[in-house]
Design a protein around this ligand. Structure first.
Ligand SMILES: [Mg+2]
Length: 358
């Protein structure tokens, strides 16, 4: 089965509610749908999500990146996948989201050629996983209302966005917890919005006030690895890296310097499943747990992330709520949601039959 072409198509998906973090505010997303065509007639599907302030990738850089990748991969044999992934990763520097979209489409084809779901190709079995759901950064009143609405829908793990004003963040978290009680698991994500000292102050104050936090994600600037370690050593909660860990090299460095308690892996940062598996292996060797997350992505790429998520036991947290913000699924098939549960279809590859043509 040889690669004959790689097509892209841009989709605009309005969000059901605005998504706000310390870095950006989004009310519609643009994703690039990717189809890898082969001479057997079988197609592999993927998608990429631009997140310029995080990955540096825009719609045009992703489309241009994929065109360049296509020129390098045409004619290659799907079964010779190691060579494909080596070439995919070496033919262009950066462009991680473009690489991720093509990478997952190749994995989709590999699993389809064996007529097994992708999670089985990766060594996993299908089991529904529970995703957290994000509460956007806003006024405390709006965040309380949003938290209540999510709990009503059956979610039991909230990922609360903070970052920017440490005192207001403490107030936000205290108000939310007083309203929702202590049964609900709370993850907080500052999206680089604090200095290391501010993060420690927030962490200690939350502890002092008896506000239970399951984990604190990316408190400091992406490249401030020393700051991350300082926070980790000075707060009681586990500290997870997100924007600090793009590559296997980042994971190795952070883990060797004992800078983190956990990693949030996203395919758009690391360039797809091939590189994500390297990060997972490094983390597993060091006993560092992983979470699988996503950018504001549609069902296609989040399906790939979900298949990866159930394939390794060191991945034990799931932050796969992005499609729940989308007003439509541009693909037929893939993962589905039952409340907070992410469910798999027992179908070959990603379980996606087609991606819509308009
Ligand atoms: Mg994050």
């Amino acid at each position: 089965m040889k690669i004959t072409d790689i097509n892209t198509r841009l989709v605009t998906i309005p969000l059901i509610t605005t998504f706000k973090t310390a870095l950006r505010s989004v009310d519609r997303i643009e994703n690039i749908l990717v189809t890898v065509l082969t001479d057997s007639g079988q197609s592999g599907f993927g998608s990429a999500a631009p997140a310029a302030v995080i990955t540096g990738d825009t719609v045009s850089s992703i489309v241009g990146g994929i065109e360049h990748i296509r020129d390098n991969l045409i004619g290659m044999e799907i079964g010779d996948s190691e060579k494909i992934f080596q070439r995919l990763n070496s033919c262009i520097v950066g462009c991680m989201s473009a690489k991720a979209a093509v990478d997952m489409a190749i994995y989709d084809l590999l699993a389809k050629s064996l007529e097994i779901p992708l999670y089985r190709l990766l060594g996993g079995v299908a089991h529904d996983v529970e995703t957290d759901i994000t509460v956007s950064l806003d006024t405390p009143e709006k965040m309380i209302a949003e938290s209540r609405e999510k709990l009503k829908r059956g979610f039991e793990i909230l990922k609360i966005k903070v970052g920017g004003d440490p005192d207001l963040d403490i107030h936000r978290l205290q108000s939310i917890q007083e309203t929702i009680g202590s049964e609900i698991r709370i993850r907080i994500d500052a999206n680089q919005g604090w200095t290391a000292k501010e993060a420690v102050r927030v962490g200690r104050e939350l502890e002092h006030r008896g506000i239970e936090i399951e984990l604190m994600e990316q408190p400091v600037a992406a490249r401030d690895f020393e700051g991350l370690r300082y926070v980790r050593n000075n707060v009681a909660f586990p500290v997870y890296a997100d924007e600090s860990v793009f590559s296997p090299e980042d994971a190795l460095e952070l883990i060797c310097m004992k800078g983190v308690d956990g990693l949030n892996i996203k395919l758009m940062k690391c360039g797809g499943i091939y590189n994500a598996l390297k990060i997972v292996s490094i983390a597993e060797t060091a006993g560092i747990p992983c979470m699988i997350g996503s950018m504001m992505e549609c069902h296609v790429s989040v399906s790939a992330a979900a298949h990866l998520a159930v394939s390794r036991t060191i991945i034990d947290r799931y932050d796969l709520d992005a499609p729940l913000f989308c007003s439509m699924n541009p693909a037929a098939g893939g993962i589905s949601y039952q409340g907070s549960r992410v469910c798999f279809a027992n179908a070959p590859g990603l379980g996606i039959d087609e991606i819509s043509s308009e």
